[in-house]
Design a binder for this molecule. Structure first.
Ligand code: LHQ
Length: 261
């Protein structure tokens, strides 16, 4: 298997496990990712999803060797089918996941690997992780949702810089750009990320899901529309068991125990 799927507490950890190819995405890995993300989305017992890579890389994007034969024979690749079959579903499943998603960026991220990290809600990284969009190096446009996510995450000017200049972005720059949320020394990343993901998995899952939808949708909504969206989501949130527990816990001066319901 090139994707390991571990349930730890209320979280599903997906580890791309092709360290010899720096976790490049070949067909079976992409199929497994689609399947695992679908299951995580549908399983109410899963309350957070973490995506990481085995070995020294997070993910270096499309497995270029998989396409080698066609290129050597001078055939243009069928990107339409590939994007529709794998990359679009993976991107939509990550971005639309009704629970928090975290990219735990343990090492190099390139090409569609950057796109996957961008489609997650949060990016927690090691100080050794470096980033390169890499598409321009092979005369392609950024894909797998990165033209949508990147300017939203870092702003248009930085997005242009990352996409057009194509330099490596190191951990300090990634923090400065807002590309990552937190950076830790490599040896501390596993423990820190585990704790952060566990805390998210113990959170008010339904409120988190609605918060994600509101923040994503309201980037393209006017204020009146946003206020209406918030009101609708708040009415529903106010009727959850977790809301009752949260307020009761506050009144009783104890930490809340959320069930994700
Ligand atoms: C790889 C790859 C790789 C296969 C390293 N594939 N094996 C395109 C098409 C369709 C739809 C979706 O989107 C895309 C966009 C993409 O994602 S295109 C791919 C974009 N990624 C890249 O261009 C990154 C290519 N890799 C590199 O530039 C280097 O490997 C970096 C700078 C990441 C790391 O360099 P090194 O630390 O020197 O490691 P290495 O180059 O020796 O790589 C280790 C192995 O991993 C090596 O295999 P080998 O059998 O020779 O030891 C590489 O061939 C393999 N590998 N990237 N994308």
């Amino acid at each position: 298997m090139t994707l390991s799927v571990d349930r730890r507490g209320g979280a599903t950890w997906l580890t791309i496990d092709r360290p010899e190819a720096l976790n490049a995405l070949d067909g079976p890995t992409k199929e497994a990712l689609v399947e695992a993300l679908r299951e995580a989305a549908e399983d109410p017992g899963v309350r957070a999803v973490a995506l990481t890579g085995a070995g020294r890389a997070f993910c270096v994007g499309q497995d270029l060797r998989e396409l080698e034969q066609g290129y050597r024979e001078g055939r243009a690749p069928d990107f339409a089918a590939e994007l529709e079959r794998h990359y679009a579903p993976i991107c939509k499943l990550l971005a639309g996941m009704p629970k928090p998603t975290v990219a735990v960026v343990n090492g190099v991220a390139a090409g569609a690997g950057v796109s996957l990290a961008l489609a997650c809600d949060l990016r927690l990284a090691s100080d050794g992780a470096r980033w390169r969009l890499a598409f321009s190096g092979i005369a392609l446009v950024p894909d797998a949702g990165s033209t949508w996510h990147l300017p939203r995450v870092v702003g248009l000017s930085r997005a242009m810089e990352i996409a057009l200049l194509g330099d490596w972005v190191d951990a300090d720059q990634a923090l400065q750009f807002g590309l990552v949320n937190r950076v830790w020394p490599a040896e501390d990343l596993p423990g820190e990320a585990e704790a952060a993901v566990a805390a998210l998995a113990a959170g008010p899952t339904l409120a988190f899901a609605r918060t994600k939808t509101l923040l994503r949708d309201h980037l393209g909504t006017d204020l009146a529309g946003a206020l209406a969206g918030e009101a609708e989501a708040q009415v529903a949130s106010g009727q959850t068991k977790d809301h009752l527990e949260g307020v009761t816990a506050f009144l009783e001066k104890r930490p809340p125990t959320f069930q994700g319901a």
